[in-house]
Design a protein around this ligand. Structure first.
Ligand SMILES: O=C(O)CCC(=O)C(=O)O
Length: 306
């Protein structure tokens, strides 16, 4: 659970850094998984094979930035649908500390909206322009979702750390084009948010944020999990769609509990076996066993984008 000081800080500034929320063992598992996912990515945008001539399922999950239109040189910048692609990431999704932190901000009635992984490769990791998240489909609302960014490596100004304008989550929909025209790329009052591996940056989706190019030799990877307060999406998406998205939480908690048991038996790591699973509260009784097809469908349900 977050402390009162932490939730106050989030409300006041629109973002919060949770230092060392996840243990090194969890972060190392994610690093190894991402290393493999990047290594086995399609060779370029639109390709369906990787460098080992293997077919990549759902190659459209991988996004690239074109660095040089003449040579076609591209660099990977994002992987979407990570829960469908990786059981390691699904396991982290069920981490009780993460889900309890969401509960501290939104209460127990929250629903997942989207997940993705931002990758800034060494030397030429692409920037993200200043933006507020989403499409304002439901207009300007004080609550329009929260993003949790889990950092697998230290993030610094050199490797393109996140920059934010504190308190801008209260500005409504900002005219970022005119702000950039007036001020250039460094918007007034914006600050960098450098973090260490294992830290989590929590930010309001209304907050103005962005990041610059990675000019360093160091990789930056952030695993993003986003959530909505249910009342902000309930009249916007069908009950079936919202249901599918919340079943992601059940799957993740269940998968984590099962893999913790395996971890204890096979690797003798009692630390995770002792973990108290996230309490599913009212949904506990509804936990059901899904077939592989049902599971795949749930994990690929589209985001609840607003
Ligand atoms: O992690 C970053 O540098 C920015 C990513 C971001 O804002 C986004 O994916 O919407």
């Amino acid at each position: 659970m977050l402390t009162r000081a932490q939730t106050d800080c989030y409300q006041e500034n629109g973002f919060l850094v949770l230092k060392q929320l996840l243990p090194e063992t969890e972060i190392e598992m994610l690093r190894q998984e991402l290393n493999w996912m990047i290594n086995s990515a399609p060779i370029h945008l639109g390709a369906s094979e990787n460098r080992y001539n293997q077919v990549v399922e759902h190659p459209e999950d991988y996004a690239f930035t074109v660095l040089d239109p003449d040579s076609g040189h591209q660099v990977i910048n994002r992987i979407s649908n990570p829960l469908a692609r990786s059981e390691v990431i699904l396991r982290t999704y069920g981490h009780p500390k993460l889900l309890q932190a969401v509960t501290s901000l939104y209460g127990s009635d929250f629903v997942p909206f989207a997940e993705s992984i931002v990758i800034k490769m060494p030397e030429n990791g692409a920037p993200f322009e200043w933006h507020q998240d989403g499409n304002f489909k439901t207009g300007v609302q004080p609550v329009r979702g929260v993003n949790f960014g889990i950092y697998l490596y230290p993030s610094t100004q050199d490797n393109g750390c996140l920059h934010v304008i504190p308190k801008s989550h209260r500005w409504g929909q900002a005219n970022l084009k005119s702000m950039a025209e007036k001020h250039g790329p460094r918007l007034p009052d914006s600050i960098p948010v450098p973090v260490k591996a294992g830290d989590v940056i929590v930010h309001d989706r209304n907050l103005i944020h962005g990041s610059f190019t990675n000019t360093s030799p160091d990789l930056r990877i952030t695993v993003y999990f986003g959530y909505h307060r249910r009342d902000t999406v309930v009249d916007v998406f069908t009950p079936e769609h919202i249901r599918q998205r919340e079943q992601v939480i059940w799957l993740a908690v269940q998968h984590r509990a099962e893999s913790n048991l395996v971890t204890e038996e096979e690797d003798g790591l009692p630390m995770v076996a002792d973990e108290q699973p996230f309490s599913l509260g009212q949904f506990q009784s509804e936990m059901s066993h899904f077939s592989l097809e049902e599971k795949a469908k749930i994990l690929r349900a589209p985001p609840l984008a607003i």
